[in-house]
Design a protein around this ligand. Structure first.
Ligand code: CO
Length: 211
């Protein structure tokens, strides 16, 4: 047996529990609704697009109490919506133009490592380029943030401001602007999630075609 084969086998055995968990999960859903997967396999019709952080502690479906099929999801580090990010823009376009989602939720979270990393002068490698966008958010709100002396309060504020900026970025995409112009029902929201108690807060920056 070659060394490579051996390590592949070792790796496989370490993830056996994932398949066991998966079978148990699928069986549980089947017991509650034997048609669940059959129906879902035919089409998806989610009403929500979730744009959130990749952080493993902020799982979109679970914290919304939603089943598969109910929320279309895009996640990246620090829930960024960058005007030239073809990945995020493609998700928004498909969700708006084809799935006709009624709500786009940008959700950040307190204690976001991406936001925190943007606040120090450390180098983290390639990701520094991604985090530059949050440094821009910091610069846009420099006065407000400079006035806050408490570090954790400043951090929390930047987490919220980052969400608010990304909501504006979603609203300014050609995709959302065109949808609103065509009279499509679509609202963009900004939420922030608290890792310490599992509670979502509405930042009250929701925007629809009328605002
Ligand atoms: Co985060």
């Amino acid at each position: 047996m070659s060394k490579i084969n051996y390590s592949v086998e070792l790796f496989m055995s370490n993830i056996d529990h994932l398949f066991q968990n998966n079978r148990a999960w699928a069986e549980k859903i089947n017991q509650e609704d034997p048609n669940f997967f059959d129906t879902l396999a035919k089409q998806q019709k989610p009403e929500y697009l979730w744009i959130g952080c990749s952080d493993s502690r902020v799982p979109a479906n679970e914290l919304l109490g939603m089943m598969p099929g109910e929320v279309f999801v895009h996640r990246n580090i620090a829930n960024q919506v960058i005007h030239t990010d073809l990945n995020c823009l493609s998700v928004i376009q498909f969700a708006v133009d084809y799935l006709k989602v009624k709500h786009i939720i940008v959700c950040g979270h307190y204690g976001c490592g991406g936001v925190l990393a943007s606040m120090d002068n450390e180098s983290y490698g390639l990701i520094d380029n991604w985090l530059r966008h949050i440094e821009d958010v910091h610069r846009f709100h420099q006065k407000k943030l400079d006035a806050i002396t408490d570090h954790s309060e400043k951090f929390n504020n930047l987490c919220e401001l980052n969400v608010i900026e990304q909501v504006a970025n979603v609203c300014n995409t050609t995709i959302v602007r065109n949808a609103w112009q065509a009279g499509q029902e679509l609202t963009v929201h900004g939420f922030v999630y608290n890792l310490s108690d599992g509670i979502l807060k509405d930042l009250k920056v929701s925007s629809d075609k009328n605002s």
